[in-house]
Ligand binder design. Structure first.
Ligand code: NAD
Length: 471
């Protein structure tokens, strides 16, 4: 194994941060980041460096919390490569000012939307998909012609150290720079004025970010979390539902922002669903799950203690074993849970899946609507009328029918939350929009100057009303 040496990062103070920002502001003002050729060169350099460090990333993330290489590629690196390729392919088109129909009121004019990079961006990343969630936003930032400061998570020191090493090697610090550190560094970064903050993390810290941004009226993209429900109707391919839910819940040991947080099962099929999910847990991870090379660990002791407390909030139907030394929590299904239990209060963010029941779909819809809007919502069931009702009558950042998590992997879909689960979207062309201001531009002809809008107004009202009608 060849892991980058990970030290607990020292916290970075205000003076150093201000220097970094001044350098990036000066670099941005030179206009260097704007031409397509520069953006292209930067994206290609990034892709090459990531390719060269593929094994180093497997090792670093494994050292951090035993994430298997297949999950690392499928859920992190592969997604970043897709983002880079899509950006390279579409860059010229997305950069072009978009001509729109002009208004007759402005005649003669030609009107455009210009994508204007924000400037100096702060990207704050979480630990759970540490490679994807630093580099996917970075692709958006540099593809759009910005500079960026990245603050990776202190909870994945090996991956964060590798990220810093790679970025330092390929980018001018005026363009992209990594600042490592924990809450104190993050707080110092947030105290400064940025042109845009892109934050991925928890709802409570999202609030802190938005408050800090409000002081400078800085635009934010907030990619947050929450409790994503998974409804399983009675008319359903139950075995396939069980298989897909078990996969989506227990990849990354349940530490996934769009993992099904809890299952709302039709009372008629609940017992059979639990039995089938238990079977799939065994099929995926074997008899001795702690020995499985495919099952990661909880990221640190604080999170281990937080998640294992939930085991007491219901009857363990599947799993339930823990090993604190190893930060291991077995994939666990909890039965006999009620809405008032602790496990139903906050996002679980670990391998525990509580099951609640409903009889009428209205009950399930109301229960979801009584709670903060989730990042994702999943419905398993064959009846299209009920599928449509669930999609139309609930609000969530994204949704899947007869599937979990998969909407995240399509670069043509905007990814983000709504309400409590986030503000703004990214991926593909939505990343381009997330990192740029859409500037409206009206280019006016000088060969004609319609006198209608100028005083004196006498006799003009009727003409003006007509012009508005046409427009
Ligand atoms: P977190 O909010 O604790 O930390 C995220 C980042 O914020 C880290 O870099 C951390 O150093 C910094 N931070 C932590 N506390 C801070 C504070 N008080 N002030 C300023 N900065 C602070 O989140 P996490 O534990 O790293 O990640 C898990 C959370 O992220 C879950 O809620 C999950 O749902 C969410 N998440 C969302 C997405 C998404 O795309 N929507 C993706 C992954 C994770």
């Amino acid at each position: 194994m060849n892991t980058t040496t990970a030290h607990t990062p020292h916290e970075v103070g205000t003076a150093e941060i201000q220097e970094v920002i001044s350098r990036q502001r000066a670099f941005f003002r030179t206009g260097t980041t704007l031409p397509a050729a520069f953006r292209r060169k930067s994206l290609k350099a990034l892709k090459k460096a990531l390719e060269e460090n593929e094994q180093a990333f497997y090792d670093a993330i494994y050292a951090d919390f035993k994430k298997p290489a297949v999950e690392m590629y499928a859920h992190e690196m592969g997604i970043v490569f897709g983002e880079i390729d899509l950006m390279l392919k579409n860059l010229d088109e997305w950069m072009q000012p978009k001509r729109v129909n002009a208004s007759l009121l402005n005649f003669p004019s030609t009107d455009y939307i210009y994508s204007e990079p924000y400037g100096v961006n702060l990207i704050i990343a979480p630990w759970n998909y540490p490679m994807q969630l630093t580099f996917s936003p970075l692709v958006g930032a540099i593809g759009t012609g910005n500079t960026a400061v990245i603050k990776p998570s202190e909870l994945t020191p090996h991956t964060s150290a590798l990220t810093q090493k790679i970025v330092n090697e390929i980018f001018d610090p005026g363009h992209v720079q990594v600042i490592q550190g924990g809450v104190s560094t993050s707080t110092a970064l947030l105290a400064e004025k940025w042109d845009h903050i892109f934050f991925t993390g928890s709802v409570p810290v999202g609030r802190i970010v938005m408050q800090a941004a409000a002081k400078h009226l800085t635009p934010v993209t907030l990619e947050l979390g929450g409790k994503s429900p998974c409804i399983v109707d009675e008319k359903v391919d139950l075995d396939l539902a069980a298989k897909r839910i078990v996969w989506g819940k227990f990849i990354n040991a349940g530490q996934t922002c769009v993992a099904p947080d809890y299952v709302l099962a039709h009372a008629k099929i609940k017992d059979e669903l639990i039995e089938k999910m238990g079977k799939w847990v065994q099929t995926f991870y074997g008899e001795n799950i702690q020995e499985s090379p495919d099952y990661p660990r909880i990221v640190n002791e604080r999170h281990f203690d937080r998640v294992s407390k939930y085991l007491a909030d219901g009857v363990v139907a599947v799993g339930g074993k823990t090993d604190k030394e190893d930060r291991y929590i077995e994939p666990t299904i909890l039965d006999n849970v009620s809405w008032d239990d602790g496990v139903m209060k906050d996002e679980i963010f670990g391998p525990i899946l509580p099951i609640l029941t409903f009889i009428d779909i209205d009950e399930a819809i109301h229960a979801i609507n009584d709670r903060p809007k989730p990042l994702a919502l999943y419905f398993f069931g064959n009846r299209s009328r009920i599928q449509d009702r669930v999609l139309r009558e609930t609000s969530s950042g994204g949704a899947c029918i007869n599937e979990v998590v998969a909407h995240l992997a399509n670069h043509n879909l905007p990814f983000g939350g709504v309400g409590n689960s986030g503000i703004g979207t990214y991926h593909g062309k939505y990343s381009f929009q997330a990192f740029s201001h859409q500037k409206s531009v009206s280019k006016k002809g000088t060969w004609l100057d319609v006198p209608l809008r100028y005083p004196p107004y006498k006799g003009k009202l009727g003409w003006i009303k007509k012009a508005f009608k046409v427009g």
